[in-house]
Ligand binder design. Structure first.
Ligand SMILES: O=C(O)CCC(=O)C(=O)O
Length: 278
């Protein structure tokens, strides 16, 4: 097909539409409404988002309903007979401190199941590839979805609390930090302007929310910082911080602050706008 010049305004419109949370399928529908031929808009979108046409087709097929999580309201939520207290809420960004999301026994059991499988944590680079990174010095591992009865119970609790199907979750990640280790400020949403965006969102689409669960209480340090609003959530065994975001949400910048004394264990659940699990 002939390569068309993409007008700068069109390129900017596509990027800002995707950044504000629309999937490539939505953009294609909007372009169709604006009079673009389907073939032409697919080529334009693939070039602007740096996505292979094959990935784009998958995204279009699975587009349609995209989910958002429901933000738990204070003072408490009962999920499957388990009471979770909402200890703090902010709206920009959306943050909820979820106290007693896990019991002490569940925390200990998760650490026990994860410990033998820990490895140096990785980050996702701009091409969508996993790499070691000096900004992230912890050790970690991933459970497969529903891998053990305990993992299954926790996944279902989160799904019911946030009103989103279990299938929208990435596998639970366990992280272990020692003194001095941290995870420097970063965003959990994937940047549509990066070349790897197509690959990391081909399954499940964009991330829409994160739940960081604290499995122990470090002796000092190790909270989760939200520098854009000057908030530090203290790591307390059994509690969790839930935060939700749109693509490009600068306020959702957050960091695993350095552990000063003792150690820190967390379990993280990232949620996607569409089913991530087959
Ligand atoms: O360690 C923390 O408190 C935050 C972890 C985190 O930001 C992440 O896993 O994305």
């Amino acid at each position: 097909m002939k390569e068309h010049t993409i007008r700068p305004e069109l390129r900017e419109w596509i990027l800002s539409t995707v950044r504000s949370g629309y999937g490539p399928g939505d953009v294609l529908r909007l372009m169709k409404d604006a009079g673009y031929k389907e073939d032409q808009s697919r080529h334009i979108l693939a070039r602007v988002l740096n996505m292979p046409m094959t990935t784009l087709s998958t995204n279009i097929k699975e587009s349609g309903k995209t989910y958002r999580t429901r933000h738990p309201e204070a003072p408490r939520q009962v999920v499957d007979g388990h009471t979770v207290r909402v200890g703090l809420s902010t709206e920009r960004p959306v943050i909820r401190l979820l106290e007693d999301l896990l019991t002490g026994e569940e925390c200990d059991a998760l650490i026990g199941e994860a410990s033998p499988r820990l490895q140096r944590s990785l980050t996702v680079d701009v091409d969508g590839k996993h790499q070691t990174d000096e900004r992230r010095t912890s050790q970690g591992m991933f459970f497969r979805i529903g891998e053990t009865p305990l993992v299954q119970r926790i996944e279902q609790r989160i799904a019911h609390l946030l009103d989103i199907p279990v299938s929208h979750g990435e596998g639970l990640q366990i992280l272990h930090y020692l003194p001095g280790q941290e995870y420097e400020p970063h965003f959990d949403w994937f940047d549509p302007t990066q070349p790897g965006f197509g690959a990391v969102t081909a399954r499940g689409g964009q991330r829409i929310a994160s739940v960081v669960m604290y499995l122990n209480t470090p002796e000092a340090g190790g909270g989760t910082g939200f520098p854009a609003i000057g908030l530090t959530v203290t790591a307390q065994r059994g509690s969790a911080v839930y935060f939700a975001y749109d693509t490009g949400d600068q306020a959702s910048l957050h960091a695993g602050l350095p552990v000063v004394k003792g150690e820190k264990w967390i379990a993280t659940k990232w949620l996607r706008e569409r089913p991530y699990q087959a």
